[in-house]
Design a protein around this ligand. Structure first.
Ligand code: TPP
Length: 640
């Protein structure tokens, strides 16, 4: 068997010894390795296949870890990982205790900055460049950002500031015309004109040359000519937009020609100041199914390499699909409903809505802050906007929710998908902070369904309510319950008592309701009689049901798939304190004050005791319980 070049690499510098043909062979080997690993572990395939040559060229010109490469989003860093000492661990990609699917400074010195959320790379790189200048060293700083990530506001803020600072900084714009779905926005149109019609653009030098040959005939004419020159330049010089922001623009360059990119990166490095290198790549390059269907292969579950078919598991539809279906159904009769996504139409289940109501559907790009405030604007005009967004990505729109939506009590619905553990994407993506950052905002209502049927009723409740509502639901398949034909509004702030026990109350939110019921079943067999309440609302809490349980059962255990600090249980604790019931036996089950690593959702839930067995253990460990066995006296168990 031929030894792979990839297996001979001990450091990224080793690739400098390779001839052109060997680099091509290495690129092939890297593609093969990535395709096979993602086919077995799942992960971001198409973005990585698109940057193989670009990553090789970056490591040919720059020397990490001395030079810094910041990968925006970081989902395209697999090639970089393979070149920087993680080849042997690469098969553990995204697996429990394996290497991360995103750059991680604790994983390698070659990872300059942890990423996962979009549009942060240029800001981080500006910070590193400013620090380098203060330290007076000579290293280079490079931010690699996709055309999708460039739609995020932070990227513009950073470009604006970088142009002002004028320091050495290279921004590589990896333009493949795709975000996860097709990219959107006016800037995307500008980039695609540069891409598709090279004849339309002339080199900057050509234009300067033509203009310099126009004879000078007096100051007025010169002024007019200058103005013509400027508008002419705007029209025909590629990258003029970036030049005006203070960057020197190089490009567009074929992103699959390692030698060409290497040359331009070298030129950019020698040039100095802020430079933008515009690289054209093809998402999914080298694997036909991914080239044909880059959206599907952006982030994908394990699949069959030969066919590109995803290994399908039979099971109930996902919460995402149920949400998208219910919203589309409700929108048929309610013309006020609008749907907004920040670049994730299929991830948030809005594809069907977009197809049926294209006029009422808005993909704003990776711009969660804008999405929320735009929704607020729509709500002032009598519409009912639904912002469908992952819990983790709403984190950056906190002030927009507070200042633009809640302060004015506007009827905006935040549909928070992927609330709870998300699994293999890990700490940058777990949606375990939303209750904490939303619960304290006045006017906000927060619901979490126990199953997909309740999700539909809650969506109807949110649509009928005249104020801000958050609906948080998890990643993955529903429970498999039947779906009611008719959707009803639920009473706001009313919980559902599912089991009428007396010994202790399990007060569970969302995904934790069924495990709580299961735990109650297990303990019932031991003669322990638990009350189970489906909280339904994290805000407002059902004060009546909770205070009654506090007074008339042996204590309360709150259970939530969320950080304990500031979460649902904290809210219950505040309620007990307000009613002088702090002394009742009380415990909260949830996620402690730490970032949770990547791993399968089921394993993570078990790790933090958020399973039926974990709940049973928490009950037995934390409460003195009276156990009834028919015909026997009560006995106390537990350790306090
Ligand atoms: C704040 C935020 N919102 C949404 C996402 C989800 N997301 C991950 S990658 C991506 C598209 C990125 O497109 P681009 O930068 O062009 O990179 P490509 O995948 O095309 O290489 C999106 C929307 C995210 N990571 N961060």
């Amino acid at each position: 068997m031929r030894t792979r070049l990839l297996d001979k690499l001990n450091s990224p510098r080793d690739i400098r010894k390779f001839e052109h043909r060997e680099l091509q062979q290495l690129a092939e080997e890297i593609r093969q390795e990535i395709i096979e690993t993602v086919a077995s572990n799942g992960g971001h395939l198409a973005p990585n296949l698109g940057v193989v040559e670009l990553t090789l060229a970056l490591h040919l010109v720059f020397e990490t870890p001395r030079d810094k490469i910041v990968w925006d989003v970081g989902h395209q860093s697999y090639v970089h990982k393979l070149l920087t000492g993680r080849r042997n661990e690469f098969h553990t990609l995204r697996q429990l205790d394996g290497i991360s699917g995103f750059p991680k400074r604790t994983e390698s010195d070659h990872d300059a900055f942890d990423t996962g959320h979009s549009s942060t790379s240029i800001s981080a790189a500006v910070g590193m460049a400013a620090a380098r200048d203060l330290k007076q060293d000579e290293s280079s700083v490079v931010a690699v950002i996709g055309d999708g990530a460039l739609t995020g506001g932070m990227a513009f803020e950073a470009l604006n500031h970088a142009g002002h600072l004028g320091t050495n900084l290279i921004v590589v714009l990896n333009d493949n015309e795709m975000s996860i779905a097709e990219n959107v926005g006016a800037l995307s149109g500008y980039l695609s004109r540069m891409r598709s019609d090279p004849k339309y653009f002339k080199g900057k030098e050509d234009i300067e040359h033509i203009i310099s040959r126009i004879p000078r005939i007096g100051p007025n004419v010169v002024r007019v000519l200058e103005r013509i020159k400027d508008s002419f330049k705007y029209l025909v010089v590629p990258g003029m937009l970036f030049e005006e922001l203070g960057f020197t623009y190089f490009g567009p360059i074929d992103g699959h020609n390692t030698a060409a990119i290497r040359q331009v990166l070298q030129d950019a490095k020698n040039h100095g100041g802020p430079v933008l290198v515009h690289v054209l790549t093809r998402k999914g390059k080298g694997y036909q199914p991914a080239e044909t269907n880059p959206d599907k292969f952006h982030g994908i579950s394990p699949f069959e390499v030969k066919t590109g078919e995803v290994h399908k598991e039979d099971g109930p539809p996902s919460y995402t699909e149920i949400f998208g279906g219910a919203l589309t159904d409700l929108a048929k009769d309610n013309l006020e409903i609008l749907a907004i996504t920040a670049a994730m139409p299929s991830g948030t289940g809005l594809n069907r809505f977009a197809k049926e109501f294209p006029q009422r559907f808005f993909d704003v790009g990776i711009a969660e802050q804008h999405a929320v405030t735009m929704a607020a604007g729509m709500a002032t005009q009598g519409f009912k906007p639904v912002v469908a967004v992952y819990s983790t990505f709403l984190q950056r729109a906190y002030d927009q929710v507070l200042h633009d939506v809640c302060l004015q009590k506007l009827p905006v619905i935040l549909a928070l998908d992927r609330a709870g553990f998300v699994g293999e994407d890990g700490p940058t993506h777990h949606g375990v902070f939303d209750l904490a950052y939303l619960r304290h905002i006045p006017n906000m209502i927060i619901m979490a369904p126990k199953d997909e049927n309740e999700l539909r009723h809650m969506l109807k409740t949110a649509v009928d309510y005249a104020g801000p509502v958050t609906l948080r639901y998890p990643r993955g398949a529903g429970v498999g319950v039947p779906l009611d034909a008719k959707l009803d509004s639920l009473p706001i702030g009313r919980a559902e008592i599912l089991r009428p026990g007396q010994t202790l109350t399990l007060l569970a939110l969302g995904t934790m309701v069924y495990p709580a019921l299961e735990a109650a079943e297990i303990l019932a067999e031991q003669g322990i009689d638990l009350r189970v309440i489906n909280a339904r609302f994290a805000k407002p809490l059902d004060e009546e049901a909770i205070l009654e349980a506090a007074r008339n059962t042996g204590g309360i255990l709150t259970i939530e798939e969320h950080a304990l600090h500031g979460g649902f249980g904290s809210g219950v604790m505040e309620l007990l304190e307000a009613h002088n019931l702090k002394a009742i036996p009380f415990k909260r089950l949830g996620i402690p004050d730490e970032f949770v690593e990547h791993g399968p959702i089921k394993v993570l839930r078990e790790k933090f005791g958020l399973s039926a067995e974990g709940i049973v253990a928490a009950v037995l460990e934390n409460f003195k319980l009276s156990r009834r066995t028919p015909g026997k006296a009560k006995i106390l168990i537990g350790n306090n």
